[in-house]
Design a protein around this ligand. Structure first.
Ligand code: GLU
Length: 455
């Protein structure tokens, strides 16, 4: 049980697919909201749709949250709570807030078309409310099982103070009474979610703005459940709806809807980079490569959230990733580095990496073998000179280049580039001053001599 004033948030995915970047952002914000308040963050698996829900997705959701470091403080599953929804349904029925309907999907579609044709909003006409006891009995005798709608209260305006959008107002008469239960007895999303939020003591519902009209309806459900003295908390949660995420081109893109943790992981994106970006994207706070989650949590504030769509840009994610990799400590990363790479090795290659996974290719420059470059004769002679001039001082690169500069008069590119090519087989790469000591004296001399002989 949670005490009355504990902040409780929830992330409530339906396990009908993998999490995408938009869901990840919602999960993160709920986690941050709870952590900042010292409260609880729940994972609620919305799996009332047995047909579309898959266990593999439930597992993938848990794994993704673990990879992101957003471990929930508890997990609930709607499929295990059907008795609670049944009880709530009975309570609402007793209060006259749910009613049976018998229209087929085709009939409803036809009504919609007629309304739209007359320029009217396609709101359910409540025809089922005027059925008599006998009408209903006749339908059921014909084998037509009812589906059930929640009866909105048209006399009470729906108003809430949204954490992001400010004051929101809806006229219940402009909304359709939502279907909450299908003819086969299964539940649609609306009622179970409201029942759970009340029973689990959820204090803050933070989700995407695509749920704004659901909130309008659910506020009436909360009120009806509390009035029916349905089990659970008697306090309605606070609501906040964040602006949706769009692609860098400014549109709701299909790509974003399928971009998940597995794709990021494959691309070598660190979870910290995703967290740092999504924590502040769409807020007034600057997006920065912040690895310290406490700092991100500390600055989390719904008041900083903007109402304009937040633009997700892969390039920005890559930049944050690289900046975070450049600051990573050896002890935190050692287990992911190529064998033999020690702290000095990590420090030498780190500034050149965009992804941790690139370390292996750079480490290959140290351990060799490296390709022998195809140099013009004068550079081959120069490499031969360098092999003889190599001195293993505290800073062998500096000693070598200082001496070669004096002896040959070379400078800039002609001084450095043949040496880099000879020592690493590449024209660019990590700082040679850091790399050369790692390559070691013997290997360095051998590589210079090989370059002198030529490819
Ligand atoms: N299962 C719903 C969804 O994924 C949950 C929405 C909510 O947060 O209430 O959209």
């Amino acid at each position: 049980m949670t005490s009355a004033n504990t902040t409780v948030t929830r992330f409530a995915p339906s396990p009908t697919g993998r999490l995408h970047v938009g869901n990840i952002r919602t999960a993160l914000h709920n986690w941050m909201l709870a952590r900042k308040a010292g409260g609880r963050f729940l994972l609620r698996i919305d799996d009332t749709d047995a047909e579309r829900s898959r266990e593999t997705y439930v597992e993938a959701i848990r794994d993704d949250l673990a990879w992101l470091g957003l471990e929930p403080d508890g997990e609930e599953r709607q499929s295990e709570r059907l008795a609670h929804y049944e009880a709530a349904f009975e309570a609402l029925k007793a209060d006259g807030r749910v009613y049976p309907c018998y229209e087929t999907a085709q009939e409803l579609e036809l009504k919609r078309k007629i309304q739209l044709g007359r320029g009217l909003p396609p709101i359910y006409d409540r025809a089922a409310l005027s059925l008599s006891e006998e009408d209903r009995a006749a339908k059921e005798a014909d084998g037509i099982a009812p589906h059930w709608r929640f009866k909105l209260d048209h006399d009470t305006p729906i108003v809430w103070e949204d954490g992001v959008r400010g004051r929101q107002k809806f006229d219940a008469a402009q909304l359709s009474d939502p279907v909450i239960r299908r003819a086969d007895g299964s539940w649609l999303y609306m009622l179970p979610s409201a029942v759970d939020d009340l029973e689990m003591g959820v204090t803050n519902v933070l989700r995407g703005e695509d749920h704004v009209s659901n909130t309008a309806v659910q506020i009436q459900m909360f009120t009806a459940l509390i009035a029916a003295q349905h089990n659970g908390s008697s306090t309605m949660p606070d609501f906040a709806h964040e602006a949706l995420l769009v692609g860098s081109e400014g549109k709701l893109s299909k790509r974003l809807g399928s971009l998940g943790c597995d794709a990021f992981r494959e691309r070598g994106i660190e979870p910290q980079a995703l967290v740092a970006l999504l924590a502040r994207l769409g807020t007034a706070l600057p997006v920065e490569p912040i690895a310290d989650r406490d700092l991100l949590i500390e600055s989390f504030d719904l008041a900083t959230f903007g109402r304009a769509p937040a633009r997700f840009d892969d390039g920005e994610l890559d930049r944050i990733n690289a900046a975070l990799v450049h600051k990573m400590e050896y002890r935190d990363i050692a287990h992911r580095l190529p064998e033999g790479m020690d702290e000095a090795g990590w420090h030498a290659v780190r500034p050149n990496l965009e992804k941790v996974g690139d370390a292996a290719a750079i480490w290959q420059l140290v351990t060799g073998p490296v390709p022998v470059p195809d140099l013009p004769e004068e550079d081959r002679d120069y490499c031969g000179l360098a092999a003889g001039a190599l001195e293993w001082t505290d800073d062998p690169w500096r000693s070598l280049t200082t001496r070669l500069k004096e002896e040959t008069g070379r400078k800039g590119k002609s001084l450095f580039l043949p040496l880099r090519l000879a020592l690493t087989g590449q024209a660019s790469g990590p700082d040679m001053g850091e790399l050369l000591p790692l390559i070691g004296e013997d290997a360095a001399r051998t590589r210079l001599e090989a370059a002198a002989r030529g490819a």
